[in-house]
Design a protein around this ligand. Structure first.
Ligand SMILES: [Ca+2]
Ligand SMILES: [Ca+2]
Length: 286
């Protein structure tokens, strides 16, 4: 009885773990069109992200003397910032869907309102918690430095580049490292909610994320994390947001003709995934 309860506790703990769905691509430069598709905004302690438009007033940017955005008239940028009160531990966060770099270099353009900000680019493993990533889930962390911060039309965005060559596979880009790109920014001056603007992220032409049967979190591995996601779906903690998930997760039963699946994600799929995760089921799989 006692060990049964422990087992149930473990199961509930696994179900409560954060995990993320398979994404598709980094939508290059999409901020410049006013579209956040493929990105999720969030923050710590009230930090947040806005989309702001060239020529339109927003806090810190008067319409009478606006900075020019790189893509000109009516183009957009992401405005990442602490809360308006300028609390030092308030951080704005913007995180991309999963993508595979299709270039040895990540490029983007950015501008900070003031020198007293801390802006960062994080590259995260597919399985990372985007708000509180563990150190082992961090592929890279880069400070974003603006040499000419300020307000008004005298200032302009600066080009930035990040070396992605360790994660880019030149001979077969689809075998590059799946990752999420994250932007973080906070003020380092109390009571000043300075912003940093970002636009035109480019990591090469978008690549489709390979769909590996059973790989529900899209990190290109079939392991216990995927079994946890399947359990969450069965427990109703997580819904199946689109048919792609169902197709990826429905790996059991296997039929005599070599096909597999019964149109649902259930405990049979979890067991099949767990057996694979502990090495009981070699390729070809499922
Ligand atoms: Ca996986
Ligand atoms: Ca099934």
């Amino acid at each position: 009885m006692k060990s049964g309860l422990r087992g149930l506790g473990l199961l509930l703990m696994l179900i409560a773990q954060p995990a993320f769905a398979a994404g598709e691509t980094l939508v290059n430069g999409n901020f410049a069109t006013g579209d956040l598709t493929g990105w999720t905004s969030g923050g710590i302690k009230g930090g947040f992200v806005l989309l702001v438009q060239n020529g339109q007033a927003f806090p810190g940017n008067s319409a009478a003397d606006p900075i020019s955005f790189p893509d000109g008239e009516k183009s957009w940028a992401a405005d990442v910032r602490s809360n308006f009160e300028g609390t030092l531990d308030s951080v704005g966060i913007l995180v991309s869907d999963l993508f595979i770099p299709n270039s040895p270099t990540l490029k983007f353009q950015t501008h900070s309102q003031h020198a007293n900000v801390e802006a960062q680019i994080l590259l995260l493993k597919a399985t990372a918690d985007p708000i509180y990533p563990k150190p082992e889930d961090l592929l890279m962390q880069v400070a974003v430095v603006n040499t000419t911060p300020g307000e008004g039309s005298l200032y302009s965005f600066e080009e930035q580049t990040v070396d992605l060559s360790s994660f880019y596979n030149a001979s077969n880009p689809l075998r590059g490292t799946p990752m999420r790109l994250e932007i973080r920014q906070r003020t380092t001056q109390a009571r000043k909610g300075w912003y940093t603007l970002f636009t035109n992220f480019d990591a090469g032409p978008s690549l489709p994320m390979p769909e590996l049967p059973g790989d529900l979190n899209g990190d290109q591995r079939r392991d216990t994390l995927d079994a946890v996601l399947a359990l969450q779906i069965i427990a109703g903690v997580r819904s199946v947001p689109n048919p792609i998930w169902l197709k990826i997760g429905d790996i059991s039963p296997k039929h005599p003709d070599g096909s597999y699946g019964d149109g649902s994600i259930n405990i049979g799929d979890v067991i099949h995934l767990l057996r694979r995760a502990i090495g009981l089921e070699p390729d070809p799989w499922p």
